[in-house]
Design a binder for this molecule. Structure first.
Ligand code: COI
Length: 347
């Protein structure tokens, strides 16, 4: 792997803390091109502009995918990743769905490890602070025939971040627009899924909500995801979350929480979650918590869900399942607890 280092680092310990999530980038990036049916030699170089032409295939047809991961600092200044192999595997599943080449897992992880070693000082210390890692791939041929691209570019960039949601999270159930439909690309981390969600999400923000709850594309009767996160509800003393399908992203945080819940004795069921049942359960006092789970947001308690003209409010209790699971998860991620799952990887 070729490595070209910056002459002078831009890392200033805290100058990014008052900025938007993911808007300050570390010194270097990892980049590797795919052409003539093969991945070329990877390179690390200073973070900076990439040369593109207006005919760049992905600008026209959106053959583009990404991942979200984080690097954490441990109590002895160690650097940890959390289940990085799962991100590499999911990336390749997204690639297959989007008719893009899979990237060898070794190349993905080797590039990432080298990058993290070089930009280690960018990994922030502190609760809920981490280095957010954004691996992505886009079609980089220059033609506008509507065929799959021949060439692709894979890049990893990183940025120091704090908590994704800082205040309360009030969400609205989306009953008109859909994030993903059966047979579509919802289970892939395809760039277009996010682009298409911005318009309904912006409308909800204008109405005072932080995010949306996405419902099924057929009848808008079942809950699928919340914003860019998977969703969980507490029903009496158990958790429920929608089962994976081709319209739900197989979240690594989601999977980890299901396993962690089981580990600490909280039953978690994967079942279809009807909106009417949630509204009724809330009225009867059986549905007492809702939270989202994702890499960027970790575990985000939902303060209220507006469904048609009903506002379902949730009390923020100190003994909530969300808090318990968030603590367990972060203890693992930041190296503060034993890791019986073998999920934590030291860089
Ligand atoms: C993540 O949680 O990593 C995501 O992909 C959300 C991102 C769009 C901010």
């Amino acid at each position: 792997m070729k490595i070209e280092k910056v002459n002078q680092s831009r890392c200033d310990k805290d100058n990014w803390r008052d900025t938007e999530f993911g808007s300050v980038f570390s010194d270097h990036m990892f980049i590797v091109n795919y052409k003539n049916g093969q991945w070329q030699e990877g390179q690390i170089k200073p973070y900076g502009a990439i040369n593109i032409l207006p005919s760049l295939h992905s600008l026209h047809y959106g053959q583009a995918i990404f991942e979200g991961m984080k690097a954490y600092k441990g109590p002895k200044d160690e650097t940890f990743l959390f289940r990085p192999d799962q991100n590499a595997k999911r990336f390749n599943k997204s690639a297959v769905r989007m008719c893009m080449p899979e990237i060898p897992e070794d190349l993905f992880l080797e590039g990432l490890f080298e990058l993290l070693k070089l930009d280690e000082k960018w990994i922030p210390h502190g609760e809920s602070s981490a280095l957010y890692i954004r691996p992505f791939m886009f079609a980089s041929s220059n033609f506008i025939k509507a065929n799959p691209s021949d060439e692709y570019t894979f890049i990893i960039i990183t940025c120091p971040v704090q908590a994704y949601y800082k205040g309360e999270v009030h969400v609205k159930v989306e009953l008109d627009y859909t994030r993903a439909s059966s047979g579509g690309t919802g289970a892939a981390k395809a760039a277009g899924n996010y682009g298409a969600s911005f318009f309904p999400a912006k409308k909800a923000q204008e109405e005072g909500f932080q995010q949306l709850i996405w419902t099924d594309g057929n009848n808008h009767q079942f809950i699928e995801e919340s914003g860019t996160m998977n969703i969980f509800f507490r029903r009496n003393d158990e958790l429920i979350t929608p089962p994976l399908s081709d319209s739900i992203l197989p979240g690594i945080t989601r999977d980890s929480l299901i396993k962690l819940a089981d580990h600490i004795g909280i039953p978690c069921k994967e079942e279809k979650i009807g909106l009417e049942k949630i509204a009724l359960g809330h009225r009867l006092g059986n549905i007492t918590e809702a939270f989202g789970a994702g890499t960027a947001a970790t575990v985000a308690s939902i303060n209220s869900i507006t469904y048609k003209d009903q506002k379902l409010s949730f009390e923020d209790k100190s003994d909530s399942f969300a808090r318990k699971l968030k603590t367990e998860l972060q203890n693992l991620q930041y190296g503060r607890s034993e890791d019986p799952f073998g999920w934590r990887v030291t860089v």
